[in-house]
Structures are given as C-alpha cells and as structure tokens.
Ligand binder design. Sequence first.
Ligand code: TXA
Ligand code: MG
Length: 559
Amino acid sequence: MKKTVLAKPTKEIIQKAKELILSGEVVAMPTETVYGLSANAFDDEAIKKIFIAKGRPQDNPLIVHISNMEQLEKIAYVTPLAKKLAENLWPGPLTMVLKKKDCISEVVSGGLDTVGVRMPNHPVALELIETCGVPLPAPSANISGKPSPTKATHVLDDFDGKIDLIIDGGECEVGVESTVISIQQENIESEQLSVHEERITILRPGAITANDLLEYCDRVYVGNGVLNKLDENVKVQSPGMKYKHYAPNAQVIMLDGNFKEFCDYVYKNADENTGVLVFENEESMFEDIEYVYTYGREDDSLSQANKLFDVLRQIDKNEKVSRVFARMPKKQGVGLAVYNRLLRACGFKIEKLKNPYIVGLTGQTGSGKSTVCKALTDRGIAIIDCDKISREVINKAEVLEKLVDYFGTGIMYADGTLNRRELAILAFSDEENLIFLNSVMYPQITKVVKEQISKLKEKGENIIILDAPTLFESKANVLCDKTIAVIADKEVRLERIVKRDNITKQEGKIRMKAQHTNDFYTDRCGLVIENDGDLQSLEQKAVRVIDSIKQEIQEKSQI
Ligand code: TXA
Ligand code: MG
C-alpha cells in the first residue's frame, strides 16, 4: 500500500509530481473538466499502471494532454481543421482524435492508429505538463465505471493507497469530461467540382457544443453512441462509449415528463428506499421523500454539468438508497453532455411519463366517423382503427375455431377462409348470436388496441384517436380520456351504408336495427359532433375539437 498524499499545487508539489511522473509513477492532476490520472506519454510501463489502477479495459484509449502546439505536431498528424480548432478552442474542454505518429505507442492508443489530444484549460495541469516536458496521457481519475471525479476528495475515495500523489486544484469548473471529436475528410460533389471537406463527428459531448464547432466547420455530426445504447455488434467510434459508465450502486431511472408528471409518478411509486434527483428549487415538493438530491438549475445546463458527478457519488455512498428517480435534462447545448452522462448512469433506463391523450371516437355505421378520422390523420393525429383490428383478429385460428363451433361451417368458404357476409347476416339477425360474436371478439380487439397504444406512446404520440364503432359495448371507453360521437340522421346513414358496402337496402336496415339510436351516444359521450351539414363543415368541426383537446393537454401539463 502506498501512502497517498493529497496536497495543494505549490511549487514543491509540482516538482514532486514531476519527479514521480518522470520516474514512471502515476499522479492525479486537476483539469477544468474532471481530475485526470496522468503519467509519461513515452513510458509504456507507467501507462500500464494507469490501466491497472483504474481497472480499465486495454482497448479503451487514453487522452494525451499537451501544453503547447509543438507537442501536438510531435504526436499527431494535424489537419487544417484541427489546427483551426486548436488555435481557437484550446486550451479548453475539447479532445481531437487525430492520426497518431509513431512516438505514441499502442498502449496509449488502445491499439488504434489514432490518438485523442487535448490542451486542458487549467493552470495546474498546464504547469505540470510544461514542467515535465512530456505530454501526459490522463484518463479521468476514477475507478472504471464510477462517476468521474470533480473534486480531489473523489480521487482519494477511489485511489487511496494506490497512487502517491493527488494534486488538489479545488473543484473542477466544468464538471463533465471534454468533448471528444473525430475529424474526417468528406467528398462533397457539387455541380462541376468535387472538393474534399473536413467534417466533425462528436464522439462524446462536452462543454464545447456542436454549435461552438459549427463556427469552424460546416458539418458537425453526433456519433452513434451519444444518444443510444449500441448493440454488441455495432462498431463504436469511441471505445469509451460502449462501457457502462458513471453508474452508482442504486438504480437510477430517468423520468421523461414535465415536473407535474414527475411528482405524480414519484408519489405513486416511491418507497422508503427511493430517492429523487431533481433540479434546484424543486426540493420542497418532496417533503415525504428522505433522500432528495439536486443537480443544478432546470434552465442552466452548465450548472447541471457542474453538479452531476458529485451528486452521483453522493448517491453511491448512501447504501439506504436502492432506486433514484431523476429529472431529465434538456438535450440542447451543454445539456447534451449532461443527458449523455445521466443516460449512462441510468443504464439507458428511461421511463416515459407522458401518457398519450386517448380520444374514443364512436357512432353508428354511416354517421361520418371515417370522414372525421381522415381529417384528423391528414393533420398528423395517430388513429387506431378498431374495425381494421377486428378484421385481422377474426382470421386468427383460435377465433375462427370458436365461431365455426357456434355458427357452423356455413360461415366458411370451401377454401377455408371466412365468409364475412354470411357471418354478418347470422350475427345481426339474432341478438344472442351477436352477443356470442362480441364475447369472442372484444377481448381480442382490446388486447391489440392496448399493444398499439404502447407502441404509439413509445413513438412519442401525445394524442391518439381510438376509432371504435362499439366503444361502449366493448368497454374500450375505459381506456379513453374523452369520448366523442359522430351522429347523423337515420335516412342519410342508410343511404350511405348501402352505397359504401354494396348491400341491399334490406340488409342495410337489418344492420341499422342492430345499432343504437342517437340517444345512446349523446347520453354516454363527452362530446357529440352532429354531421348535419356538408363534408367541409364536418371536417371543420373535427379540427376544432382536436384544437380544444390540444389546449386542454397543455393546460393540464402546467403546474
Ligand atoms: O475531460 C477529459 O477528457 C478528461 C480529463 C482528465 O482531461 N479525460 C477523460 O479521459 O475523460 P477518459 O480516458 O476517461 O475518456 C477518454 C474518452 C474515452 O471515451 C475514449 O474511448 C475516447 O475518449 N478516446 C480516446 N482516444 C480515442 C481515440 N483515439 N479514438 C476514439 N476515441 C478515443
Ligand atoms: Mg473516464
């Protein structure tokens, strides 16, 4: 066991750090982003000590820290764009992945032919590199998988007894690690000429944002591992992104919803071991929760970046907390870095709180319901078509079997498919028959409806129309936030269905007899659309209804 010294960056301490580094040891140094575990770039044995101390996989390359531009030229091939970025954004929280020169060994580069380089914007880090006279590879000074350290005491928590020296430079100003970018050549074909242009891909977001980079380059892409969990077989552009990161022992779950939805969810789901991770000034809403943590202000991503790792470490230390519900940060600007880190702390677990607003739309056959639906789909509203589901469900083997048992083989064609017309005649001519048919069909339809609702919720739809002629009979109305009926005059409806379904007037009348009167709907629905004008006025009515629902949703979400 080493005796680990934690000391302020005096002249003597910087000298001591230099001696340790040049004799092949590892020293923790402050940077403006997070603390780093540094060693001599040209001493493979020293670099190996970093990997061992951190428990870091060997294929995860290190960022090499430099203090002047000569060092950059020495270790990497510098493209024109890289030069421009270095001149303008260094020293600062930006790491550029460039083609490496031979003096950078594969131990440092994790076997890649590139090297990540950055000039940190911290006087102590710059002084230490300058004093040592060699570039210093320095990964974040945490045990692999733990949150990065933003205070010297965090480093001590992870490496006490394992390294000789931690230089205490106070709290890190930024709080999340640097933006890592790669630079590629892209062929731009224009009308006559083909030019090579450099483009940037953000491999890890940080305090230098996509917008900052767009000042110097026309194209900035966000790498595939930034917002998504990558499949095992997908080639990851930055090895660090594939490892589980920053995760405290407690399970952290990010809740995607507004503050009111967050509170409702917490009240419903918290137990005595549940903590919350919220924004500053929101604590007072959680008097019943014992473990309330905050990470910055809701509208200030920098303050969130600054607090996040410290708070994740606090959560980690509290053994009583087994689960934490976290507020979701905005993904814009520096917020993208905060979101990226919190997403990993959650093991990519996000709970979507926004339940879509479900509108049950019903009415007799021929009332104009389909016209209303079409007007709404044209305006981008999601529709679940229960008639369509019913046509699919009825062809399931288990359903057909039950129907043939009851109605006889007469409802089937010789080729084994269903004779829908025959079934309809039988079902609509006798009430008991209809009751039987419905008892087979409704549970099957409801099951599919629920599946489709979850899928649309995942897609982020916030209004869903459930187009269900038998909304109340099937009890699907219980799934709805609002129910709407489209009703029309009896004669008009008969005329429409005869034409639409190509049936006789007699058949049409039988079907209509099995249907409810207008009163049935007006008694049950929250809203009634009377289809007593032309097509255009029906469409207008539909749009007005949806606009009022949108407004209702917005009002509901305000606290
Ligand atoms: O802010 C920072 O960058 C901090 C401080 C100490 O400077 N350092 C840091 O290093 O975060 P580390 O090793 O914890 O993270 C380096 C990240 C990893 O995700 C790694 O995969 C990626 O940068 N990286 C390094 N070299 C790379 C390369 N040649 N190609 C692709 N990704 C690279
Ligand atoms: Mg790290």
